[in-house]
Design a protein around this ligand. Sequence first.
Ligand code: SF4
Ligand code: SF4
Length: 323
Amino acid sequence: MATVLWLQGGACSGNTMSFLNAEEPSACDLVTDFGIDILWHPSLGYEMGEPVKQMLNDLASGKRQLDIFVFEGTVILGPNKTGRFNMFADRPMMDWVRELASHAGAVVALGDCACWGGIPATEPNPVDNVGLQYLKRKHGGFLGSDFRSKWGLPVVNIPGCPTHPDWVTQILVAISAGRAGDIALDDLQRPQTFFKTFTQTGCTRVQYFEYKQSTMEFGQGTRQGCLFYELGCRGPMTHSPCNRILWNRQSSKTRAGMPCTGCTEPEFPFHDLKPGTVFKTQKVSGTIPKEVPTGTDHVSYMAHAAAARIAAPKWSKEDMFVV
Ligand code: SF4
Ligand code: SF4
C-alpha cells in the first residue's frame, strides 16, 4: 500500500476540486481498488490540530514512511525568505515542504503554481512565490536543480490551471504501482504520456486550421472554423492532451469555442496582471504574427498559410470569414 500526503501552499484549491471530479480512476477508486492510503489532505483529512502535527513530524523526520508527497500551490518564500506569509501547523509551510520532500519516495507538483509558480509568481510576485523545482521556465525553484526524491526522481510536474482530474489519478496509480522509474518525463519534467502532444491533437477544428479558415466569435460550434487566427488559440504551441482526454468525458475548450490559453506551459498566463488582460489571447491574422506553431518559422509558416488559403476547398469557407 502506497502512502500519500497532500498539502497546499499558495493555492486556490482548484486542483483539489478537479481531483475530486476524477472518473478514470476516481478518487475513491484510488483507495478501494489501487491500495493508495491517503494519509491526509487539507479538504479530505478528518484529523485536526495535534494529531496532524504529530503525523507531519513523523513523516518529515522519516519515522513514518511517505511514498508520494503531493504538493498543490506555490511555495511562498516571503517576507524576506522566511516563509512566514504561509504558516501551517506552527511552521512556515516551506520548512515542511523541504523536510517532507527529502523523505518522500516521489514528489508530485500538482498544477501550475506547484510546478512553476503559475499566476501568483507572475511579476511583481509580491509574496515571493516559487514552484517546487522551477520558477517559470527557470530550473531550480524551491528544491533546487539537483533535487531527487528517495526513488531517484526529480519532481514530477503535472501542470494545468487546473490539471485535468484523470491526469492526476492515473499518474498517482502509476507511481504507487512501483512504476515510477518507467514514467518518461519531458524536458520540463512532465509525464510524456500526457504532455508530448499538442492541445491541437484531436481538436475537431483542425481541418479549418489546415486551410486557414477562422471563426470570429467565441462559443461557435465546431463547424465555424479555427480559433487560432482571430482569437489567438494556443493549441499549436501548448503541450496537453485536452482534445485526447476530454474534460467531463465529453468536451474541451476548443470544442466549446474557447481558445486554448496555454495553461500547461510555464509562461502561463501569457499577459501581465492588468485587469482584463490575464487571459487575453493574441490575434494572429492580418500582420506578421508574434508567434507561429511550435516547430516552424515565420517565413515558412506565412508561405504555407498563403498557399493553404488559395487551396482551401469551398466547404471550408462556408459560413466562414477568410483571413
Ligand atoms: S488552433 Fe486551436 S482551434 Fe484551431 S485547430 Fe488548433 S487547437 Fe483547434
Ligand atoms: S485547452 Fe489549453 S488552456 Fe484549456 S485546459 Fe487545455 S491546455 Fe489548458
